[in-house]
Design a protein around this ligand. Structure first.
Ligand code: AMP
Ligand code: ZN
Length: 462
């Protein structure tokens, strides 16, 4: 059996992962609020969980894993978007969900087994809240229902904060319907023009935290294995999920392992919509960065470390992948997945360690291993390779050789020199051998300029 170690936020250490049931391993990732395109930072936890999912499938078998990632399709940001644009909420959320699925697929992520939408789980949420009220952990006031934080003695355990720290650190709202400023909303009333559902407390809508508790409980049970998200969700979101779940089901531990990724940064600051320093996954794809290149950049940094996205990383990734694709292109070596790859990933998803292994395989000419390990990470696969076809230099190499042959015959190198200088300007190194020429894109490679060369000589790309 593969021994997987994961850094468990709850324990503050790396622990050996032991599932509750080897035949039914369950994980839950907090998904996006669907009102707009995902920004690049949002992709980080998806890639982290995707690698975890692949590793668990390898260890326990596909049929033994349930991976749930939700869509938060009730939220004030969605309501505001609808009020601003006059578009129905359902249109906005359906469109955004499709965008999200397309973008995450473009980055090479497998689809989770279940992708519940919050609006499909309102009765479960209402039940959950009723249970909390019955047990004395929540109270209704002025059409709101609030969770009474002081009733849960382990509050703050996940994020390691004291109640005082939490009050100081969070924007804790004081409101007339709250008995204690720390109490958080389970249910709130909806005005007529906002989405609402009938409940014992009047027409209203759920708070954010209860969604995940109710969906996880319904789909995975009171106890499950792994829960995750960005580390910005530790408090208050995950802390509140634990409080609700452990109070509604006192015998349960809710999730046993908690995985949190560090933030993606831009110029040392968290990439975020509220800071305005973000770009979407789609922006990058549209600007010609391939999903494979973006994925590679993410995999190169361990999920627990802060990570910067920048152009030079992307260019470097592009060069490496192009080189590796060249190596595997006409190689018939049997694909093999080395044990050391699984061992490295099993050490808290050490993807950067596997990238080092890939470099070693490439340098040693172990192409079967290169392919096996890369495919396991979701790169160097056929589906992810479309972008690379544009960089197939074969036809330009042939043109160069034809020109060169003529030049030698005619003792006139004007045309060859012109082609060479065009290629150099486009960021392509021209390596002339005795009987061949190899064109290698370098860090200044510019696809547009290559396209111009192609049309200048009236060539076809393929
Ligand atoms: P939000 O867009 O804030 O609703 O967050 C959705 C998910 O993306 C959560 O799991 C966040 O932790 C995560 N997230 C948001 N911003 C970043 C970032 N800059 N880097 C990594 N993860 C992020
Ligand atoms: Zn959640």
């Amino acid at each position: 059996m593969i021994k997987i170690k994961l850094h468990n936020t709850l324990a503050r250490e790396k622990q050996t992962f032991v599932p509750l049931d080897e035949n039914n391993v369950r994980l839950y990732l907090c998904g996006p609020t669907v009102y707009d395109r995902a920004h690049l930072g949002n992709a980080r936890n998806v890639i982290m969980f995707d690698i975890l999912y692949r590793l668990l499938i390898k260890a326990y078998g596909k049929n033994s894993i349930t991976y749930v990632r939700n869509f938060t399709d009730i939220d004030d940001k969605i309501n505001n978007r609808s009020l601003e644009t006059g578009r129905p909420i359902k249109d906005i959320t359906s469109e955004t969900i499709q965008w999200y699925m397309d973008d995450m697929a473009a980055l090479g992520n497998l689809e989770p087994d279940l992708m519940p939408r919050a609006t499909d789980f309102i009765p479960q949420m209402i039940n959950y809240i009723e249970r909390l009220i019955e047990e004395g952990f929540a109270y209704a006031e002025e059409g709101h229902v609030l969770f009474s934080v002081s009733k849960y003695k382990n509050y703050g355990r996940l994020s390691g904060r004291s109640i005082e720290d939490m009050i100081a650190g969070a924007r804790v709202e004081v409101a007339s319907y709250k008995r204690d400023p720390m109490d958080f909303v389970l249910w709130k009333p909806s005005e007529k023009n906002l989405p609402g559902w009938n409940s014992p407390w009047g027409r209203g809508r759920p708070g954010w935290h209860i969604e995940c508790s109710a969906m996880a409980h319904d789909l995975l049970g009171a106890n499950f294995d792994i829960h995750g998200g960005g580390n910005d969700l530790q408090f208050p979101h995950h802390e509140n999920e634990i409080a609700q779940s452990c109070c509604a089901y006192p015998e349960s531990e809710f999730a046993r392992y908690w995985l949190h990724n560090e933030m993606l940064q831009v110029d040392g600051k968290k990439m975020s919509k509220s800071l305005g320093n973000f770009f979407t996954v789609r922006d990058l794809l549209d600007r010609g960065y391939s999903g494979e290149v973006i994925r590679f950049v993410f995999l190169s940094t361990h999920y627990s470390k802060p990570m910067d996205w920048n152009n030079s990383k992307a260019l470097e990734a592009e060069n490496i992948l192009r080189k590796w694709r060249e190596l595997i292109k006409n190689n018939s070596e049997k694909i093999s997945l080395s044990e050391e790859v699984i061992k490295t990933l099993s050490d808290d998803l050490n993807t950067a360690g596997v990238i080092t292994l890939l470099h070693n395989y490439a340098n040693n000419g172990e192409i079967g291993k290169l392919k096996g390990a890369a495919n396991f990470l979701g790169i160097l696969t056929e589906e992810m390779g479309d972008w690379c076809e544009f960089y197939d230099m074969g036809f330009l190499e042939k043109l160069f050789m034809d020109f060169r042959k003529l030049a030698i015959e005619n003792k006139n190198f004007e045309n060859v020199d012109e082609l060479r200088s065009k290629l150099t300007t486009a960021g392509v190194d021209v390596q002339i051998g005795k009987s061949n020429v190899v064109l290698v894109p370098n860090a200044s490679f510019d696809l547009k300029k290559v396209d111009e060369i192609i049309s200048f000589y009236g060539l076809n790309k393929v």
